[in-house]
Design a protein around this ligand. Structure first.
Ligand SMILES: [Zn+2]
Length: 257
């Protein structure tokens, strides 16, 4: 992105982040589940809303739309395979969009699994992936299949490793605790646990992370690694038939961790 572009995180609800891509005049807001903190941020920073990006239909990602749009009517990009009333510009892979006023171009990636029509936005080294990929974790599979979620995460894993990953929740510490149960001998994961705990102790966000960090420590991107399959086998007592079975068992394990 041009140097003048920044990304700021607005904490919302208990553990959401609403990301704002902005320069010193215009702002594009990602997944505004709540309008109040967004309107306050825009006012404090003297920013004009230029557009909204939506990744999926869950209330904590879209419920702020109507109030935001009542104040300023702007284009709302969102998944073409989900029903979201406020979306004006339905998009899906392989669409590219240009963020109005910011001169930033982003590609749309279909990442079904958490919801059936979930999309992610990637541009100039930054990934906005909603509830698909989390720092050291992944979203719950509510509407898709494990195979779909696995393929979606695979697409994200194929992005450049220096990509900054802007996920929508601060779940990192509990995700790391699970990852350590799965892969206790992963040294980089151990270091990440210490660093993330300190970051949270200081009240700071642990996101964005980088794709490189996720590849090294996130068990859901590591289903192909023998140690992970081994851990799943020990936990479930059954031999997973293939990599997707490893991934599915891992997701199931996390659901009850
Ligand atoms: Zn969600």
């Amino acid at each position: 992105m041009p140097n003048t572009i920044q990304v700021s995180g607005i904490p919302a609800f208990k553990d959401n982040y609403i990301w704002v891509i902005h320069d010193d005049r215009h702002a594009v807001v990602v997944d505004p589940g709540d309008a109040t903190p967004v309107l306050r941020f825009l006012q404090d920073q003297g920013l004009t809303l230029a557009a909204v990006l939506v990744t999926h239909h869950h209330a904590d990602h879209v419920d702020g739309l109507s109030r935001l749009l009542a104040k300023t009517a702007v284009p709302v990009f969102g998944p073409c395979n989900e029903d979201i009333d406020e979306v004006t510009d339905p998009v899906g892979e392989p669409d590219h969009i240009t963020l109005p006023h910011l001169d930033v171009s982003m590609g749309v990636i279909d990442v079904p699994g958490h919801t059936a029509g979930h999309i992610a936005y990637y541009g100039e080294g930054r990934l906005f992936c909603g509830d698909t990929l989390f720092a050291c974790g992944c979203g719950r599979i509510f509407e898709g299949t494990p195979a779909q979620m696995f393929n979606s995460l695979d697409k994200l894993a194929a992005l450049p490793e220096n990509t900054s990953v802007y996920c929508a929740h601060e779940y990192t510490l509990s995700n790391i605790a699970f990852a350590q149960a799965v892969e206790p001998d992963n040294l980089q994961l151990h270091e990440r646990a210490i660093a993330a705990a300190e970051t949270r102790r200081q009240g700071k966000p642990t996101v964005p992370s980088t794709l490189q960090m996720e590849m090294a420590t996130n068990p859901f991107l590591r289903s192909r690694i023998p140690a992970i399959a081994q851990a799943v086998e020990s936990h479930t007592g059954t031999h997973p038939a293939d990599t997707i079975a490893v991934f599915a068992a891992l997701r199931q394990w996390k659901n009850t961790f």
